[in-house]
Design a protein around this ligand. Structure first.
Ligand code: ZN
Length: 278
């Protein structure tokens, strides 16, 4: 992983050095770029928050951007919303995810409809594999972004989604996708806990599983406007967060990723060795 050709990845696709370029150079690069298909795959509606600035950035550059959500979020009950678990909550969360995608300027969400909190069993993993195989065969994404082993907050559904996406990618059997990236929050940023207003956000922060920055070599700077859009999109999730928690989410976004989305590429294909200590 550490040997991944970062500059090539940046220049070929993400344009991560835009910050240093003039606006005319950036526009030329975008207009000349072949549109790619990028798909973020996560477990629950609202899991995309940490990469949403990148999703809106890529969409504005003309790429086809999709958000695939494995579960229907039907167990995400919150007292302020007064929506019972089940179909009615799943319906609300699907609408909220549509709002998110519309605000980000990406394609409508692809909802796989599995049960919330129910991915850790043979049957669910088998269904998830089949549905993801179908989605990848239909959309043929050039890039997929998902959770790494830590699953962000460590939620079992997050870990399972990242694991099944990885399983598909590394087997090389499907019509598949080009490159796989994991998103994570740098440990170096996570240590600075901002002054949250709510206890749930403080707990979430403390249980989060960050990744050291040295393992996150692909770093995509996003503009002030892209970060603003991402924060607006986060506020679509009103069934999940009362107003003070929406504010806390914004604090999280401002302090954890700051103005950059951090990614870790899957392995270093081509690196072969006969020694583990070298
Ligand atoms: Zn989640």
């Amino acid at each position: 992983m550490k040997n991944y050709l970062l500059p090539a990845a940046c220049l070929l696709f993400f344009g991560c050095s835009d910050k240093q370029k003039s606006s005319s150079e950036t526009i030329t690069e975008v207009n000349n770029a072949t549109p790619k298909t990028v798909m973020a795959v996560f477990a629950h509606p609202d899991d995309e928050i940490d990469v949403s600035p990148l999703l809106t950035r890529l969409a504005s550059q003309g790429h086809k951007v999709y958000l695939t959500i494995a579960t229907n979020g039907d167990m995400g009950i919150r007292e302020h919303a007064k929506i019972p678990a089940g179909d009615s909550l799943a319906h609300v969360r699907a609408r909220e995810t549509e709002c998110t995608c519309k605000t980000l300027g990406i394609n409508p969400p692809i909802m796989l409809g599995l049960g919330d909190g129910k991915l850790t069993n043979w049957n669910a993993l088998s269904v998830l594999r089949k549905r993801l195989d179908s989605i990848f065969a239909i959309y043929k994404p050039d890039i997929v972004i998902t959770w790494g082993a830590e699953g962000g907050s460590g939620h079992p559904d997050h870990r399972m989604v990242g694991a099944v996406v990885t399983e598909i990618y590394q087997a090389g059997q499907s019509t598949g996708f080009g490159k796989l990236f994991y998103t994570a929050i740098p440990t170096e940023h996570w240590r600075d806990e901002p002054p949250y207003k709510s206890e749930p956000q403080t707990s979430y922060h403390r249980q989060y599983k960050p990744v050291e920055k040295k393992y996150l070599p692909v770093r995509i700077w996003c503009s002030k406007e892209e970060n603003k859009i991402a924060r607006e999109a986060m506020r679509c999730n009103v069934s999940q967060y009362p107003p003070e928690e929406l504010d806390d989410n914004e604090l999280w976004m401002n302090n954890m990723n700051r103005d950059t989305v951090y990614l870790r590429p899957y392995a270093n294909a081509g690196y072969v060795s006969d020694a583990i200590f070298k």
